[in-house]
Design a protein around this ligand. Structure first.
Ligand code: 13P
Length: 261
């Protein structure tokens, strides 16, 4: 059986200018060093706004911090007349490991549909970035179709458009749980994450399903992270609000202490 290294990812959304981003990663590094954090046990990634990425890159690289970083979005195009868009090629040059695609806030604010999310996923892979593919149901979706149907259908469109050996991360983020303080229960998260893994197995094969990390996101805090991480199909978390507070985010990263204890 493949060991999936847990990933704790902080999606800063539209918060922190580049100066604050530098201060944040520096403080995060000190705090986790004090806590004897080991990157081998839990991977940490931050997702700053585009304008912060260069600052985050130089801070992380110059101090050899063990954090990964990525962008919150990318263009489906490689270059050209697309004013305001950012190519995956530029993100790869900045040392990004990851890029978020299909976050529900982009699906809503920018009318991104499953086809566009699939195109962005392909663009990420083309440039050597690992896409963090976000899926999740609204309250209405859940009432009409149950919890898993919409996230699984959203993921299917992406999976069917990429190579079977693609390296991706999937993030299950129920829309009703984002920023609401109302997280899914660990059982609810497990049910959908397991259905997503089954979908990966169906489209990309068992090996892909075994190695692909599936994260939960939506009102994750230090108080509830361990309960999610105990679930078999939850391999990490995509954290929004709680990733903006260094102490809280570092407590989330240290969740294994609460599982082993
Ligand atoms: P919150 O953790 O603030 O609920 O946000 C989750 C999220 O959208 C992460 O991408």
């Amino acid at each position: 059986m493949v060991e999936r290294r847990p990933l704790i990812a902080g999606n800063w959304k539209m918060n922190f200018d580049h100066l604050r981003s530098i201060a944040f990663v520096q403080k995060l590094a000190w705090t986790l060093k004090d806590a004897k954090y080991s990157a081998g046990q839990v991977e940490v990634a931050v997702f700053p706004p585009f304008t912060d990425i260069r600052s985050v890159q130089t801070t992380i690289e110059s101090d050899r911090m063990e954090f990964a970083f990525g962008a919150q979005d990318l263009s489906p195009h490689d270059s050209g007349a697309h004013t305001g868009d950012i190519s995956g090629e530029f993100l790869a040059k900045l040392g990004c490991t990851y890029v978020i695609v299909g976050h529900s806030e982009r699906r809503m604010d920018h009318h991104e549909d499953d086809e566009l999310v699939a195109a962005k996923t392909r663009a990420a892979l083309l440039h050597g970035l690992v896409p963090v593919v976000c899926v999740g149901e609204t309250t209405e979706d859940r009432e009409a179709h149950g919890a898993s149907a919409v996230p699984v259908a959203q993921l299917r469109v992406v999976l069917e458009s990429i190579a079977k050996d693609s390296d991706i991360v999937v993030a299950y983020e129920p829309v009703w749980a984002i920023g609401s303080g109302q997280a899914a229960t660990p059982k609810e998260a497990q049910e959908v994450c397991s259905a997503l893994r089954e979908e990966i197995a169906a489209v990309m094969g068992n090996d892909a399903a075994e190695r692909t990390r599936v994260l939960y996101g939506g009102s994750v805090k230090s108080q509830n992270i361990a309960s999610f991480m105990r679930e078999a199909d939850v391999d990490g978390a995509l954290v929004g609000g709680a990733s903006l507070d260094v102490d809280e985010f570092s407590r989330i990263v240290q969740f294994p202490k609460h599982i082993i204890a």
